[in-house]
Design a protein around this ligand. Sequence first.
Ligand code: AMP
Ligand code: MG
Length: 401
Amino acid sequence: MGGVSQPLTTVAEHQATVAALVGTTPVVDVPTSDALGLVLGADLVAPVPLPLFDNSAMDGYAVRAADVATTPVVLPVAADIPAGRTDVPPLEPGTAHRIMTGAPLPAGADAVVQVEWTDAGTGEVRVDRGVVADQNVRRAADDVAVGTTVLRAGTRLGPAQLGLAAALGFGALPVRRRVRVLVLSTGSELVAAGEPLAPGQIYESNGVMLAAAVREAGGEAELLRFVPDDVASFHAAIADRLAAVDLLLTSGGVSAGAYEVVKDAFTGRGVEFTRVAMQPGGPQGSGRYQGVAVATLPGNPVSAQVSFEVFVRPALRAAMGLSDVQRPTARAFLSAPLTSPPGRTQFRRGRYDPESGRVVTPVGGPGSHLLSALALSDCLIEVPEDVTELDAGAEVSVRFL
Ligand code: AMP
Ligand code: MG
């Protein structure tokens, strides 16, 4: 690996560099049904009231409260108003309309008697218990008045917010669009799942993993077929796709070996390569190529995924206007001792057990090829740069995956 005297970039420095690379995405209209998890780019103002009109809160009979003040009383049923009826006749004094929940209250009615307080008659109805004015009636604008700002710009749209927008008639919403990421793996040893393996070849996994990580962060991933360690193949793969994305995310080809295709393709062309004081994930690159943000991750699968978590995920979330860009963290107690290299922030894979007193158990060793340990873990254990040994029971910071 590289010379020991070369100064290392800190984790925080590289985080800031990558965060500054990807600008916020533009505000565009997205169909409401596709906007889950996106952030509103403008205030949402109610174009209609909610409820839209006075309507019944019960299945029963629309009446004048004064007509049922003394019970029992029998009233002729003059009309039937299911939900959705648009031509509701007015209610004459001394009569009732059979009405269903959500149906428009007829003019002249001021209350609804629920069906359970009647004999449920259709020609005429016997009302056994009276109601007062407004009882079982949902008034127009009770929930939202026209012109109210119901959701502020910057709000993250969850199910309830989307439901409100749909109820107000918004078929599309102005949101910061999903950040678009082009994912490209490099390595002459890589073979796609399902294809035969020759000796020395391995199945490609970073592309699948990183594209999934982009989507889980809320972005859109385009996964290119991986390329061999050949600069011409690398440029050919990205040439006509680059302009369509906000970020090119590569893995592999950035460390200190002889065939470092990403380094070779980008050195002197706007992308800076550095070593970050972390384990795993030391070799990193970032910059701008042909106007497009580029982040280059190391090839070892655990390094690639941890680097994505630490550097890329927060940048993607910030680009979409999200305020919760970081994973939730907690303090926890190690179930077993750990060692960590001096001068490096170590991210070890762990399993957190809130039930047994916030204990975190390291999963697998520090090796950045230990993909099954990563798959079994639910958090990263962060060991600070200056810490080299931790005893069982030591308090550490974990970030949940
Ligand atoms: P590199 O950074 O290209 O030197 O790769 C470091 C290690 O990660 C090597 O063992 C590679 O075979 C492995 N590796 C790189 N890219 C991938 C990938 N896309 N899928 C699986 N393993 C990879
Ligand atoms: Mg490689």
